[in-house]
Design a protein around this ligand. Structure first.
Ligand code: GRF
Length: 202
C-alpha cells in the first residue's frame, strides 16, 4: 500500500476535491492532502482549501506569464506530491508536468469516455452532446492524463441513466453526484494497490 500525496488542480467549485477531502477525513482513503492550485483566484476550490488548512495557491498566466506549469510542478514537488488530481481544471496541462508526475496525473471527465471526449468537450457541452446523440446512459470517467485530451488509460467509470425529460443541467447534476463517488473509489483502489498506474503499482 502506498500513501498518496495528493496535489489538486481545480478551476471552479471544487466539489470533487471536497468529496476526496471528506473521504480522507473519514478514514476511507489513506492520503495526504498536500496542496491545491487554481488558475482562478475566486474559485470555490481555493476557499475550500483555506477552510481545511491545505496549502493553496493561485497560479495563472497573469501571476506567472509563460511558466505556469513549471511553477505548478515546482510547488507540487516542494509539497512532496506524488499524485496529481485534476478536478474541474479548465487549462490544458503541459507535457513537462505530465512527465514530472509520470503515470500519476488523473482527471475526471463527465461522460463515458471514449465517447464525448476531446477538444471542446467540457462542462455543459458534454451533457448537451450526450442528449443530442440520444444516449440512454451517461456517466463519468477517471483516466490518466496524457498529451491528448481525454485519451489516457481509463481507471474507472460509473454510469447514470439518462431520463427522457433530462436537460443538460439536470443530467450534469446527476453525473456530478456520481463523480464524487467515482473519484474517491478510484483513489481508494489505487492506494490499496488494485490499479496499476504507469509502471508502478501505487
Ligand atoms: C466536473 O463535472 C468535472 O467532471 C468537470 O468539471 C466539473 C468540476 O466540478 N471536469 P467541481 O469543480 O469538482 O465541482
Amino acid at each position: 500500500m502506498k500513501i498518496l500525496n495528493l496535489g489538486f488542480l481545480c478551476s471552479h467549485g471544487g466539489s470533487n476535491m471536497q468529496a476526496i477531502i471528506n473521504s480522507v477525513h473519514d478514514g476511507r482513503l489513506q492520503a495526504n492532502l498536500c496542496a491545491v492550485i487554481s488558475n482562478n483566484s475566486q474559485s470555490g476550490a481555493l476557499q475550500r482549501a483555506q477552510k481545511h488548512a491545505i496549502p493553496n495557491y493561485h497560479i495563472s498566466e497573469k501571476t506567472h506569464p509563460s511558466h505556469v506549469d513549471d511553477k505548478i510542478t515546482e510547488l507540487f514537488k516542494y509539497h512532496k506530491v506524488n499524485t496529481v488530481i485534476l478536478a474541474g481544471y479548465m487549462k490544458p496541462v503541459s507535457h513537462c508536468l505530465i512527465e514530472a508526475f509520470s503515470g500519476c496525473v488523473l482527471n475526471i471527465h463527465p461522460a463515458l469516455l471514449p465517447k464525448f471526449g476531446g477538444r471542446g468537450m467540457y462542462g455543459m457541452n458534454v451533457h448537451r452532446a450526450v442528449l443530442q446523440a440520444g444516449e440512454q446512459v451517461s456517466g463519468a470517467t477517471v483516466h490518466l492524463v496524457n498529451s491528448e485530451y481525454d485519451s489516457g488509460k481509463i481507471l474507472g467509470q460509473m454510469q447514470v441513466m439518462v431520463q427522457p425529460d433530462d436537460t443538460p443541467e439536470t443530467l450534469a447534476a446527476r453525473v456530478l453526484e456520481i463523480e464524487h463517488a467515482l473519484y474517491t473509489d478510484v483513489l481508494i483502489k489505487i492506494s490499496q494497490g488494485e490499479s496499476i498506474v504507469g509502471n508502478d503499482v501505487v
